[in-house]
Design a protein around this ligand. Structure first.
Ligand code: 6GU
Length: 224
């Protein structure tokens, strides 16, 4: 998979890909992530990428021309399955969307900033608009990092047995059950007996029950 991210703040998106699972996925060649500084496609001597909005009002808007130049350049070299715009008024991200996107070959992610982008960018280029929740971030960069993490960890070969995505919360519309590690007793607090029993069918049954209980208590909406 190849992910091209267009942003006015590439610095903000470097470190998420330089540690742990995402770093290893890139090193293994399972994913390529390319950051593109919108300013490299800017206009005039001032390297302008944003401007005041027509009709008046506070806040700058990312201009269509630098974005058009950047996307058109990328599209010269390969076909893209999706051009995603990160925006708080997009569809809220969920596990199903990440599963779906993890099957794509090439995607572009455009990070919004300030008051957003010229509507004509959205009309002409964008195939999906994604939000990561009902709160406002200063820009789409951190949201893009969240989206990339949720996609890349699903790519075959990225996770090993210990970190398998199959038992994740949300993977079957259930929250994950509680987990414990050594010691089996700490300051009087005991690990549930069944987990120490070695009876694996029973352990599996306990985990299913706990997952269901936790989901009923915390996220009954997932069970509907
Ligand atoms: Cl994708 N962008 C911004 N700026 N804020 C957000 C968001 C995205 N998702 C939730 N809040």
């Amino acid at each position: 998979m190849r992910i091209d991210i267009i942003t006015v703040l590439p610095e903000l998106l470097k470190s998420p890909f330089e540690a742990s699972i995402l770093k290893r996925a890139i090193e293994k060649g399972l994913v390529e992530v390319h950051l593109h500084n919108l300013r490299d496609f800017a206009l005039g001597n001032y390297n302008q990428v944003d401007d005041y909005q027509f009709g008046g009002g506070a806040g700058m808007v990312l201009m269509i021309e630098p974005i058009d130049k950047c996307i058109s350049e990328l599209m010269k070299h390969r076909d893209y399955d999706e051009v995603i715009y990160m925006t708080p008024d997009g569809t809220t991200l969920n596990q199903g969307m990440s599963n779906h996107l993890s099957l794509k070959k090439n995607i572009i992610i455009l990070c919004g900033h300030y008051k957003g982008v010229d509507q004509r960018v959205r009309d002409k280029f964008i195939t999906k608009e994604i939000s990561i929740g009902d709160y406002v971030l200063s820009g789409g960069e951190l949201a893009a990092a969240v989206l990339c993490d949720s996609i890349i960890r699903l790519l075959p070969g990225v996770l090993n047995d210990e970190t398998s995505a199959l038992t994740d919360t949300f993977q079957d519309n259930l929250l994950a059950p509680p987990v414990y590690t050594r010691p089996s007793e700490y300051k009087g607090m005991k690990v549930p007996e069944v987990l120490l029993s070695g009876n694996f069918p029973k352990i599996e049954q306990w985990r299913e029950e706990e997952a269901l209980k936790r989901t009923e208590e915390r996220r009954p909406d997932l069970l509907k």
